[in-house]
Design a protein around this ligand. Structure first.
Ligand SMILES: [Zn+2]
Length: 294
């Protein structure tokens, strides 16, 4: 936030909290056990006015959710709401601690995002997350409730936009005009392999269209839900370009490959520098389900 010399608020500011890569249990058979398989680093954003704030997305394990809560408390702002961009539980299941620290805050998503989010918090979803992070989940998982999409901080708008399919469907982004910023959730990735396990060729085309929709918002900065902690900046052109190029190259690599292993080799040849190679193994297992154990 910037404050004019008279003390009047001139807009909203944004601060970012990134939870680092974390080890996952029981990786796919294709994974080389010589190094730990990891979950991608995950970013949450606090959009703040003078006194109040809205948090966009949370985390999943108890320890990282407590660290996130501490970070929000230390901001000194009163949290009024937490907005969840999409239905993947790694972005909200652990938010109970944050909501307990701010009893006035609610946890919301667009109505079309709610069904998947609720499934991930239900016993079946919990079992899946427990298998990835055994003994690390909070006792109670939470899920967002549908709301009308009107998001604001101290009367200043945050625009919620459903951009359709990306790494799940639907996925949404948050445009903060005051900060010239879009919070992309999982629509764009920054320095990390995108999760393509559920995106077939048609899905990848829809994902590219979602990136176009994000770009049309015209913000100079994009901060992604999975962002390498060493990401150099928030430059929208760089981030969108990188995600777009990866999707196009991945598409070509799938077409040219006969197995998950071959696909992984092709993608690593070009994108070996990206974070969380385990995501690529999950994607390749989705592209070649029968060969995922090969
Ligand atoms: Zn995610």
């Amino acid at each position: 936030m910037t404050t004019s010399p008279t003390g009047a608020s001139t807009g909203l500011g944004a601060t970012f909290h990134t939870s680092p890569y974390k080890t996952v249990r029981d990786p796919l058979p294709s994974w080389d056990r010589a190094q730990p398989a990891t979950w991608p680093a995950t970013t949450c954003t606090l959009v703040s006015g003078e006194r109040e704030a809205v948090l966009v997305d949370g985390l999943v394990t108890e320890a990282e959710s407590l660290a996130l809560t501490d970070w929000v408390v230390r901001s000194g702002k009163r949290l009024t709401r937490v907005y969840v961009t999409h239905g993947h539980g790694d972005h909200f299941l652990g938010l109970g601690a944050t909501l307990a620290a701010f009893p006035g805050a609610d946890l919301v998503c667009l109505p079309q995002v709610a069904p998947e989010a609720v499934r991930q918090a239900a016993p079946g979803g919990r079992a899946v997350w427990e298998s990835i992070f055994p003994g690390q989940l909070p006792a109670e998982l939470v899920a967002p409730e549908p709301f009308d999409g009107e998001l604001q901080v101290e009367g200043r708008p945050l625009h919620v936009v459903d951009v359709g399919r990306s790494d799940t469907t639907p996925t949404t982004v948050v445009h903060v005009p005051d900060a010239d910023l879009v919070l992309s959730g999982d629509v764009a990735y920054d320095g990390i392999h995108p999760y393509l396990a559920t995106a077939d060729a048609a899905g990848r085309r829809e994902w590219l269209a979602a990136l176009d929709a994000l770009e049309r918002l015209g913000a100079r900065r994009v901060v992604t839900g999975h962002r390498d902690p060493g990401a150099p900046d928030e430059d929208a052109a760089r981030v969108l370009d990188q995600t777009r190029r990866y999707l196009v190259d991945y598409d070509e690599a799938v077409a040219a490959s006969d197995s998950a292993a071959e696909l992984i080799d092709r993608v690593v040849a070009r994108y070996g520098h990206l974070g969380n190679p385990y995501t690529l193994h999950m994607s390749a297992a989705g592209a070649f389900p029968a060969a995922s154990g090969a």
